[in-house]
Ligand binder design. Structure first.
Ligand code: MN
Ligand code: MN
Length: 454
């Protein structure tokens, strides 16, 4: 019996066989990341993988039975994977795992296009919490959809293929940056200056003071059939261009755009595909977490209740009873300890990279404000599940008391009367264009999800 608690480093504990599993799992995760930069992309990838794993489309009017595997794609951006078990849902409830697949980025404004000084630009409105200075002077890709009059939808993805052009937001050179450097970091880049260069070649023979914009519109019209006004019926965003990459001579970590929160969505998905659970399991990929979880595809929407009610109705169960007996892992990232910024952490109560799945009893800010707080009984249940299945896990808060804080979707599920706890992965440089995680931690979360489903 260990009288004292010590956090374990997964890499130190792992034997050669386990290490191979950790590195192999990371390959699947990187492939998922590369095809899932936006929530729409993630929904497409999830649907494809779900179908490969025997999942069929879900309907709210169907009567589900044990063994059924279903996927429901809510408005192209919010995914529900449903695996119906043999246990009685009235007593056993539903095992729910939620992660979000939206990540901070630069959305286009509704009327985004302009020309100035020989360059054509698209104006952006940032989505989620970004440090604006990190998004300049780097290659960007454009992802999303544009609706044509009459309902035809054009998919756009430019900047990911090696042969594609990329897009670019300028910054001032240091030689002329004295005034900018004197500003605080948050004010150094103005939101209205986040305009991406998308062209520079003027249309030939046009007597037009916007000849570059004209030429770009001609290109867009040729490629997608769109005109400028169609951009008002679009969802397009700039994300960092390029793929997930291993980090370190030992390749023990991964740098990528959107670990928050695909690093939780992927383990969740693998667990529901592989677990063959006697419980009814629902894995949710939510949208809009980074902007407050509102709307039809966010976790504050009633859709999760509708899915649970459909499951309950299938078995003639009382949906209230099903909800009260359900359990949820709210899988989201947390801030891993970073020695370069040690002062904003409290070392005893923070998570560390390589030390396994990060369990956060509560999140919130300014005195635990606006958070779910998992009760001792549910924490005890989760501990037994994880320890009983060899899951490496650690606990920690998101930063020191009064240093700031954050929130997750946990409270929205808990508000439905469902026991919920945050379990995720520690991230370094969270919300940066390229975030950093440990392969050992994403693998540990996968094992945690498998244990939860079992
Ligand atoms: Mn998150
Ligand atoms: Mn986030």
């Amino acid at each position: 019996m260990d009288l004292k608690y010590t956090r374990k480093n997964v890499y130190k504990e792992a034997d050669g066989n386990e290490l191979k599993k950790i590195y192999d799992f990371a390959e699947g995760y990187k492939a998922f990341l590369d095809s899932s930069k936006t929530e729409r992309d993630a929904a497409v990838t999830a649907k494809k993988l779900a179908e490969e794993n025997g999942f069929k489309p879900f309907s709210f009017s169907e009567k589900l039975k044990a063994g059924d595997k279903r996927y429901f794609i809510n408005r192209h951006k919010n995914v529900f994977l449903i695996s119906v078990g043999t246990e009685d849902v009235s007593k056993d409830g539903v095992r729910i795992m939620v992660a979000h697949v939206d990540s901070p980025r630069l959305d286009l404004k509704p009327n985004p296009m302009f020309e100035d000084s020989g360059l054509c630009y698209l104006k952006t409105h940032y989505y989620g919490g970004i440090k604006k200075y990190q998004w300049t002077a780097m290659p960007l890709a454009l992802h999303g959809v544009v609706m044509l009059p009459g309902g035809e939808k054009k998919e756009v993805c430019v900047g990911e293929d090696e042969s594609d052009p990329v897009f670019y937001i300028t910054d001032i050179l240091p030689h002329l940056g004295a005034e900018q450097s004197a500003k605080t970091l948050g004010k150094a880049i103005d939101g209205e200056s986040l305009n991406a260069v998308i062209g520079g070649l003027p249309a030939v023979g046009e007597d037009d003071n916007e000849a570059v914009k004209t030429a770009v519109l001609k290109l867009l019209n040729k490629k997608y059939g769109i005109t400028e006004v169609d951009l008002q019926c679009s969802e397009l965003c700039f994300v960092p261009a390029g793929k997930a990459r291993d980090v370190g001579f030992d390749a023990s970590l991964i740098s990528a755009y959107g670990h928050d929160d695909k690093v939780c969505a992927y383990p969740e998905m693998r667990a529901i595909f592989e677990s063959n659970s006697p419980h009814t399991v629902v894995a949710v990929f939510a949208d809009k977490e980074e902007v407050g979880s509102d709307g039809t595809t966010g976790m504050q929407s009633k859709v999760i209740s509708d899915v649970i009610e459909t499951i309950a109705a299938s078995f003639g169960a009382n949906p209230i009873e099903v909800r009260y007996n359900s359990k949820c892992i709210s899988a989201d990232v947390t801030a891993g300890f970073d020695p370069a910024y040690a002062s904003v952490f409290e070392k005893r109560n923070t998570t560390f990279v390589h030390c396994g799945a990060a369990v956060s009893k509560y999140t919130g800010a300014r005195g635990k404000s606006s958070t779910n707080d998992a009760d001792a009984e549910f924490m005890g249940w989760i501990r037994d599940i994880f320890d009983g299945n060899g899951v490496y896990w650690q606990t920690g808060e998101l930063g020191a008391v009064d240093a700031g804080g954050g929130g997750t979707v946990a409270k929205f599920i808990a508000n439905l009367g469902i026991d919920t706890v945050d379990v995720g992965v520690p991230v370094l440089s969270m919300h940066a264009p390229y975030e950093l995680i440990s392969k050992a931690d994403v693998y540990s979360l996968y094992k945690a999800c498998l244990a939860f489903c079992k």
